[in-house]
Design a protein around this ligand. Structure first.
Ligand SMILES: [Fe+2]
Ligand SMILES: [Fe+2]
Length: 344
């Protein structure tokens, strides 16, 4: 599984979308093998796994399979060929041989993936320009530092250029304009709050990333549920709530977002009194970073227009947050007042 994770990360860095699947899981639910342009088995040798794969794969899928392993021997290559898998490459830090093989199996797929990367980077870039412009919203705050805010956004934009983070932004922005706007607003509010609290540059930039990706799991929720004008049914609510675990899973795949940032995605709907989800954490189990994002998230959701509600004025939104009492960190809520009131 570690080989597979390393490969998925390396491929994302090369701009190729990759999903991780466990063959045992697929074998348990027949019909679950998804259509894919190329299948890659990432294992030290790959022969045993390839045999299990052969038992469930369609012949066309088998012809689109590559084994990628660090210890593949000449004998393994013969054994794999006997199983109907003629594409084998030695695993290493350089992906060129693997990408060449993918190009042989499906040149269109490789070209389309590269095009997607270019487009995704352009989207990421425009999202950050919008986030930087939104900082002006806090122009009246005494702690507002235009250059600092613009610098943060540029740093993040650079990070997005050189890491797979652009794939995450692309994932949300492709099907959900409401979510991408929400994430931008939460980020802006969180950064304004952080500089009001006097957090260090490093802490603010951590908060920037955590706030931006807190709802990444919504990329897996259908737009019809996200933008549903009426009340959600019980099943829809359950699906909607799954965005926290899905987000945690996605963010844990990348070293840039694994750990703290992924934890914020998992826990930003927890409440200090234990009434939140998914784990009903309480008090000190909830870190400061999560507490800050939670307050900014609720505030942003209240002042946004959604398909099922009008935007609230900032003061009314702040009153609602105060009214949530023991659910939120009231010291932080008190400090948040001047941030909330500086929103025009
Ligand atoms: Fe959320
Ligand atoms: Fe949110």
């Amino acid at each position: 599984m570690d080989d597979a994770r390393a490969l998925a990360t390396a491929m994302a860095r090369s701009g190729i979308a990759a999903d991780l699947m466990v063959i045992d899981d697929l074998a348990r639910s027949p019909g679950a093998v998804p259509d894919a342009p190329v299948y890659i088995i990432a294992e030290p040798q790959g022969v045993a796994t390839a045999a299990a794969w052969r038992a469930i794969a369609r012949p066309a899928s088998l012809r689109r399979t590559i084994v990628w392993g660090p210890n593949v021997t000449a004998g393994d290559i013969v054994a794999l060929d006997n199983l109907g898998i003629g594409y084998v490459t030695k695993a290493g830090p350089r992906l060129d041989p693997l990408l060449r093989l993918i190009g042989v199996i499906d040149a269109d797929y490789l070209a389309a993936s590269r095009m997607r990367v270019t487009e995704a980077k352009a989207v990421a870039h425009s999202v950050f320009q919008a986030t930087a412009a939104a900082f002006e919203m806090f122009g009246s705050m005494p702690t507002f530092d235009r250059d600092f805010y613009a610098g943060l956004s540029q740093d993040f934009s650079r990070q997005v250029e050189t890491t797979p983070l652009y794939l995450l932004i692309d994932a949300i922005s492709r099907n959900q304009d409401t979510t991408i706007q929400h994430c931008s607003l939460v980020t802006t509010v969180a950064v304004a709050f952080a500089s009001h609290l006097g957090l260090s540059g490093r802490e603010v930039s951590r908060l920037f990333t955590a706030a931006f990706f807190h709802d990444i799991g919504k990329s897996a929720i259908p737009k019809s549920v996200i933008d549903k004008p009426g009340r959600l049914t019980e099943d829809e609510t359950r699906l909607m709530r799954s965005h926290v675990t899905v987000g945690h899973e996605i963010l844990s795949r990348y070293p840039e977002t694994a750990g703290e940032v992924a934890e914020v995605a998992l826990h930003h709907h927890e409440m200090l009194d234990g009434s939140g989800y998914p784990q009903g954490l309480r008090g000190t189990e909830i870190s400061d970073l999560i507490r800050i994002v939670t307050i900014c998230d609720i505030f942003a959701a209240l002042i946004e227009r959604r398909s099922y509600k009008e935007p609230l004025p900032a003061r009314e939104a702040y009153d609602i947050i105060v009214g949530m009492g023991p659910k939120l960190d009231q010291d932080l809520v008190g400090a948040f007042e001047s941030v909330a009131f500086s929103v025009a």
